[in-house]
Design a protein around this ligand. Structure first.
Ligand code: ADP
Length: 532
């Protein structure tokens, strides 16, 4: 504390005040004089004093009366008062003094050391009190700052999520159009030189979509908003599917991709097959990308079995470029690659391993890597699954290979985007389904009232009336048909809240954009059977 404590010396005789001032001259304090009770009260009302040295006998208002008046001001209620008196130890004065709240008496003649000792103690107490007060104010300010910082951080996170969801929509919608148009063009028997250009276009668009998805996935994991499903799946089929998706690339580059599945792995398991596929695609994708000659082996074997559960260990072993020892830790960080030339030579964002590691860890596993430069790398992890006693998974639409006709199915496509309208129309025509198009929610509601449909494909964000509002209106209509009509949302959002909202508004499911023709087909085809 920098400000000197002030003490008020009250005496009608200047000589006495000067004597006291001289005695206390060595103390680090500021002394203020008052020649009468009245002056003392006035000064004490204006200034905060650490201590008052009060003469008892004064003409007019005596010391006791002065203190009583001073105490009336709440600010002065607790100022320590030392009475300076010549009335020795008379009890009458002592009692009166104490009643007015005196803390001490000093009798005249004053012994300097006693005065200095007493004043020093009060100054110490005063300083301590001031320090405490300052600390309280300081802490209150820190608390305020912390609260503000927390609010700012929460605002920033909300803004980030909002930005990402908007960005997801804005980027994925045109990308959707590009990918689907390329898919359609590829099916229209292009010339071989056109096919080459289309392949490049498709590769780049798929790649861009992968990057956007990676960034969104990473931010979702980062915000702790990821949930894992438990679905029945066949591990052998899943691993074969992962292998097949790299066969073309592996053959083209004369590499060997080998799948080694241990006999002890049960046929049907329960777990998050989508996330497992994502993890494996990432690791096998890296192994293929970073291997110029030799082989890649995908290995799966049981590690531990207990109470209907099984831990399966996976290893992806390559004979590629390897990772230097000092880079092993950093490759798992987001946006980090082992060498600055990696992007130029092999592409990628450095997000794959960061996501993969989190996906493994969030399911209770650990992702490990062993690597020797120029010899190869092995990435391994193990994950728990529940064991099912089934031998195969029935009704798995994704396993069916060919599309059949959707003749007889009547679909209402509610979509404001012309490109998307065209794409869905082309597929529906190809599958021989009948369909109408509504350009917004309001038109959709009218058409649903006039016609009978087997399924509605409902875009969410449209002018005039959104898909949410249109669904609410349809569900509120008076007939079982309106409650049972399957309404499938078309959404570009990958956020869980948006998906939950879809069901809250009474929709029956969703398809994510860009459309995957297979997903579209397998989502709407069951409604054909229902009508038969
Ligand atoms: P990306 O592949 O997009 O660059 P990842 O996070 O998947 O990002 O990988 C980060 C880095 O780790 C890669 O850039 C590469 O340097 C290194 N890496 C990953 N897998 C392998 C592998 N099998 N062989 C050699 N290096 C690898």
């Amino acid at each position: 504390m920098n400000v000197k404590p002030k003490i008020l010396i009250v005496d009608d005789r200047l000589k006495n005040i000067i004597v006291l001032e001289e005695m206390l001259a060595d103390l680090d304090i500021e002394m203020v004089r008052a020649n009468s009770g009245q002056e003392a009260v006035e000064k004490a009302n204006k200034t905060e004093f650490a201590l008052v040295l009060m003469d008892v006998r004064m003409p007019g208002m005596d010391g006791f009366e002065t203190v009583e008046k001073m105490r009336k001001n709440p600010l002065n209620e607790l100022i320590p008062i030392i009475y300076i008196t010549a009335f020795y130890n008379e009890d009458y004065y002592r009692v009166k003094g104490i009643k007015t709240g005196a803390v001490d008496f000093i009798t005249k003649p004053i012994i300097p050391d006693i005065l200095i000792g007493k004043v020093t103690v009060f100054m110490k107490i005063y300083r301590q009190r001031k320090n405490l007060e300052e600390e309280i104010i300081w802490r209150e300010e820190i608390e305020k700052d912390l609260k503000k910082a927390k609010e700012l951080a929460e605002d920033a996170t909300r803004a980030k999520q909002k930005f990402l969801s908007t960005m997801s929509h804005e980027i994925r919608t045109p990308l959707n159009a590009i990918i689907n148009t390329v898919n359609l063009l590829r099916e229209e028997e292009p010339r071989s030189d056109q096919l080459d250009s289309l392949e490049i276009l498709k590769f780049s668009a798929d790649n861009l979509l992968q990057i956007v998805n990676d960034i969104l996935d990473y931010s979702k994991i980062d915000a702790g908003r990821i949930e894992f499903e438990k679905v029945e799946f066949e591990m052998r089929k899943l691993l074969t599917g992962v292998k097949q998706s790299f066969d073309y690339e592996v053959n083209r580059r004369h590499l060997v991709l080998d799948l080694r599945i241990d006999e002890g792995i049960p046929m049907v398991l329960l777990g998050d097959s989508t996330r497992l596929t994502q993890i494996l695609i990432n690791l096998v994708g890296n192994a293929v990308k970073f291997t110029e000659k030799g082989s890649i082996i995908i290995e799966a074997k049981p590690v531990k079995k207990y109470n209907g559960q099984i831990d399966i260990g996976f290893s992806i072993i390559d004979t590629g470029i390897g990772i230097p020892e000092d880079k092993i830790e950093v490759i798992f960080e987001s946006f980090t690659q082992a060498s600055s030339s990696t992007t130029r030579k092999y592409g990628g964002t450095g997000l794959g391993l960061a996501i993969t590691k989190k996906l493994v860890e969030l399911q209770g596993g650990e992702l490990k890597v062993k690597s020797v430069v120029c010899k190869g790398s092995t990435f391994s992890f193990s994950l728990p699954f529940l064991v099912s006693d089934k031998k195969f998974v029935e009704d798995d639409p994704h396993q069916k290979s060919a599309f059949h006709s959707l003749k007889g199915l009547k679909v209402l496509v509610v979509e404001d985007n012309l490109v998307n309208q065209k794409i869905v129309s082309k597929y529906l025509t190809k599958w021989e389904a009948k369909f109408d198009i509504a350009e917004n929610g309001r038109v959709a509601v009218e058409m649903v009232e006039k016609n009978r449909y087997d399924v509605v494909l409902m875009d969410l964000h449209m002018p005039e009336m959104s898909g949410y509002e249109a669904t609410l209106k349809i569900r509120a209509m008076n007939d079982d048909y309106y409650q049972e009509l399957p309404i499938i949302a078309l959404t570009a959002s990958v956020f869980l809240e948006d998906r939950e909202k879809i069901f809250q508004f009474g929709m029956s499911g969703f398809i994510t954009k860009p459309f995957n023709p297979k997903e579209l087909f397998w989502t709407i085809s069951p409604f054909l059977k229902k009508r038969d």
